[in-house]
Design a protein around this ligand. Structure first.
Ligand code: DGT
Ligand code: CA
Ligand code: CA
Ligand code: ZN
Length: 588
């Protein structure tokens, strides 16, 4: 079945090729919008295309022709228009788009004006100086191209996007430096990182300052800058040695909210806000929301309505505040108040963690002390089961001893419930790796797929359903087994899984590690709609893993999860009661 990402990729490729071949911008934008809506859609488009193609038209941004292409992709396995476009350009040309900072416009220019049709020819054209004769191609641009080709040669076709957990710490450390600069009033990161997307193309930082020159100097002095791409009084862009690009905007504090709103995006959300402003006789841009007096269309110095905070701008547009994580295509009904989304502080328990008994770095006491220091009332120790031999999974004999060790540690440490659990492997056919009489001895069972992650969707659905329905299983761990930028993982019928999880009182996990984020945002939306419980767990192996909670929370918020839908927010009594309801022997 075609995944939503595959549908999105088709539309992105069509848009790129249209732009390279000089098609009109309106058409290009329609395809880009279609690509974004595919990425954002929680229903599975491949399934819709097969079972109920007319429903495709209900997806925001999908029209008649794009819907037909999804059906074509699903049923034929390829899209004729894309193939036709590909045949119109030299085969090596699209690869130029994988170069850092090279978009369709640059590719078109390189092709039209310098006859460059692939990366090798680009390398040669840079070396020979041939590019210098191209109009609109300055030395700076050529230097950037040279670096991009070098980076490509060094990394292969390295990732153009960075995973959230790789990007956010970089943003935080730069914000810390900006915060300390003379004259700084407020700092924030914006862009896709603030919206909590699982990967980001670049980082967008914002600072308001009474001493813009000091802010700029502090930014350009940050450690790890490989190259300054641009610098002005209000805008700077750098590329770090690690490859990631960081854009900084320096603004006046009374316009911080407007800038934050604008640079948080998404582009689609901004467009909707701007249209709303226009409809109310106002204009919205990165500097503020302004009133446009009748008859004055292009005047300068329009009267300011709001700019200082995002809240004030939403209010002036007569809209409820929209949390950044929901500022995507699917939040298109802006007038509908957002649910009160779950927050980090709501989490009171960790239900998936590993000790040195399997592949963790900490003892039971160390792990539980960490959870206690975070103010959690409960930590579940869930080491791997025997089938995970590479992770030193526990034999039945070792597991039984481990349970005793957990009871001892709990008595010794005090002040936190330490539950004895297991992350038990779900075999390819859905059987679990321990017998029921063993599972029944545990307080918590997280059942996870670790092998056979390429099995067909139907087999994956059957396999995971069996685990969800197992009366001794509490949580389905990292349900698809995907690794971001690493492996696709399983593609089960998530709606059916979540519906069944609801019926069985089983929770679906959001695994917080930034390389997993599994369930992913679209799946969380399905889970929330189905009403099943969700667990948000850090799958702790090392002390630092507990800090990944924020990424799981961001993913949960993107899926519209409220605190009440998450088992980790329950009081100790209610949590233990739920766990107990699948047991007869949870010790008091
Ligand atoms: P990324 O970096 O690809 O992960 O995604 P974003 O959303 O961070 O995109 P970026 O860095 O290009 O721009 C940051 C925000 O600035 C974006 O979310 C919305 C705003 N923005 C940028 N370009 C435009 C534009 O052409 N029109 C509008 N309305 N907003 C824009
Ligand atoms: Ca960005
Ligand atoms: Ca940017
Ligand atoms: Zn696992």
């Amino acid at each position: 079945m075609a995944t939503n990402q595959e549908c999105a990729n088709v539309f992105t490729k069509i848009a790129d090729l249209l732009e390279i071949t000089g098609a009109n911008g309106f058409k290009v934008n329609a395809y880009r919008k279609a690509a974004r809506s595919c990425e954002n859609e929680s229903r599975e488009l491949g399934r819709l295309a097969r079972e109920n193609p007319t429903e495709l038209r209900t997806v925001e941004g999908i029209g008649e022709s794009t819907a037909a292409k999804i059906v074509e992709l699903e049923t034929v396995g390829k899209v004729a228009e894309l193939e036709a476009l590909q045949s119109k350009v030299p085969p090596g040309l699209p690869a130029l788009l994988t170069l850092q900072g090279v978009g369709p416009k640059s590719v078109k220019l390189l092709w039209d004006s310098a006859k460059v049709t692939n990366i090798d020819e680009l390398r040669a054209a840079i070396a020979s100086g041939a590019l210098l004769t191209v109009e609109r191609m300055g030395e700076k641009t050529i230097a950037n191209l040279r670096d991009a080709v070098a980076a490509h040669d060094a990394a292969g076709a390295g990732p153009v996007r960075y995973r959230l957990g790789e990007a956010i710490p970089v943003a935080e450390s730069m914000l810390k430096i900006l915060r300390a600069a003379h004259g700084t009033v407020r700092v924030a990161f914006a862009g896709s990182a603030r919206r909590g997307r699982e990967t980001v193309g670049d980082l967008d930082l914002l600072v308001s300052s009474e001493d813009p020159a000091a802010a700029k100097a502090a930014f350009l002095n940050c450690a790890g800058i490989g190259k300054v791409l641009a610098q002005g009084d209000t805008k700077c862009s750098v590329q770090l040695a690690t490859g990631i690009q960081v854009d900084l905007r320096i603004v006046k504090d009374n316009a911080f909210g407007a800038a934050l709103m604008y640079f948080t995006g998404s582009v689609d959300h901004n467009v909707l806000l701007r249209e709303r402003a226009i409809a109310r006789g106002m204009r919205l841009n990165e500097y503020g929301l302004f009133r446009v007096p009748k008859g004055n269309s292009e005047g300068a110095d329009l009267p300011l309505v709001a700019a200082e905070t995002e809240e004030s701008i939403y209010r002036a547009l007569e809209l409820p505040y929209c949390p950044p994580e929901l500022r995507e295509m699917h939040g298109s009904d802006l007038t509908k108040p957002s649910p009160i989304l779950i927050e980090l502080a709501d989490i009171k328990a960790e239900l998936h963690s590993h000790t040195t008994a399997s592949d963790g770095d900490m003892s039971i006491i160390e792990l539980a002390s960490l959870a206690k220091a975070r103010g959690f009332h409960t930590i579940a120790v869930t080491d791997h089961s025997r089938a995970s031999a590479q992770a030193n999974g526990l034999s039945v004999e070792r597991l039984l001893k481990h349970i005793d060790a957990i009871r001892e540690a709990e008595a010794k440490l005090g002040g936190i419930r330490i539950l004895a659990g297991s992350e038990v492997d779900i075999m390819a056919d859905g059987r679990l790796d321990y017998e029921d009489d063993i599972l029944a001895k545990l307080d918590v069972v997280v059942a996870s797929p670790h092998t056979a992650l390429k099995q067909a969707p139907q087999a994956a659905t059957d396999r995971l359903l069996r685990a969800i329905r197992h009366p001794l299983v509490h949580i389905l761990g990292h349900p698809t087994g995907r690794i971001i930028q690493g492996r696709e993982g399983l593609a089960p019928d998530m709606e059916l899984l979540c519906r069944t999880a609801k019926e069985c009182g089983t929770a679906m996990e959001i695994n917080c590690h930034w390389s997993r984020l599994d369930l992913r945002d679209q799946h969380v939306r399905i889970a929330v709609a189905s009403g099943c419980m969700i667990a948000i767990d850090c799958d702790i192996h090392s002390p630092g893993d507990a800090d990944n909670l924020r990424y799981g929370i961001a993913t949960a918020r993107r899926g519209g999860l409220t605190a009440t839908g998450c088992v980790n927010t329950l009081s100790a009594a209610n949590l233990h009661e739920w766990l107990f309801s699948k047991r007869s022997s949870l010790r008091p």
